[in-house]
Design a protein around this ligand. Sequence first.
Ligand code: UD1
Length: 374
Amino acid sequence: MTAPLTLCFVVGARPNFPKVAPILAALRSQPDVRCILVHTGQHYDPELSAMFFEDLGISPPDHLLGVGSGSHAQQTAQVMVAFEQRCLEDRPDAIVVLGDVNSTVACALVGAKLLIPVVHVEAGLRSGDRTMPEEINRIVTDTLSSRLYTHCYEANDNLLKEGIAADRVVMAGNVMIDTLLRLRPKAVRPEGSGLDLDSPFGLVTLHRPALVDHADSLGPMLEALAELAEDLPLLYPVHPRSRARMASFGLGGEGEGATRWRDSNLMLCPPLRYLQFLWLLDNARLVLTDSGGIQEETTVLGVPCLTIRSNTERAVTIREGTNRLVGVEPSDVLAAARTVLGQTLDPSSTAPPLWDGQSGARIADDLVEWLGRR
Ligand code: UD1
């Protein structure tokens, strides 16, 4: 009797969870495959982690490394130390990492040094901006990976330009969209948001250090959003990082539950569950964000998205979707939002190639086949 194929999946932060769910689900039907799920603990608050596991139907992790927050070096190093120990005990046949968070690169480094093949899901995205920690994480992870699953053809081109062999790269489509399509019918309208969700509303998410870690960028952006909220009431589920910065800069945001920002129609609320956030995304008139995944989700849902950044690694959502890159000047964001509000909403949505709900199954099949050939 041959031993089952042991695959170790690593998750750590909120965006990893909707990406891992469809691959794990697809592997359940593969014979002789054992999946181990390791959660590094990069995100630990229930609303950033445990509630996502519930909504997405992922079984609890087999191992929780409990690493928590810290500087980039501290967090990356602590994940590496704890994960190395895990690998030495479990001896997986491959390590699967997802996306571009610190846990992703830390575990890719461990796998590469232990000579365990590393598999990267969502490979090849590039913003060209190395001031973003995620860009460093992407480049290093891709360099170290033996199998790279991309979600758009330009990601393949990026990898080939960096000298990664074409036979390591597989365009598999977008696993996060598998989750969105599966759970869209189960989305839950949030209660107690403080906004009238029967009337048009906009949705905001801002959490990137480049924007929220500086009082002179965060303050004027909140003021511009409050001004926009006079035309379109806005709901902003605030990431703990942004909440902490607002408090330390004296920019408000204290208080439990939903609160108005300085008596405006910009409503702040705690982070939401996956199914609640999905309902809001699907029903918003406009989304303003600096997130990566939300640019993709709005594209598939056909909801206009303004990305408040000066670059994006997801240009496919601009070319083929509803996304627009508007920069970080508050006056430009306001002008772009008003332009969108002046336009009739196009109800059709678009999905780039292979964003079809089958990406998890494609990855599961390819992984088993590829590992069987090694
Ligand atoms: C991380 C990812 C980012 C991703 C985001 C999604 C990196 C480099 N960044 O950013 O790519 O878009 O997750 O949410 O990996 N905190 C809590 N509770 C938690 C987790 C964090 O309060 O459960 C607070 C802590 O003050 C912490 C801060 O948020 O210092 C930042 O957390 P961290 O995981 O370092 O980065 P994120 O900003 O969440």
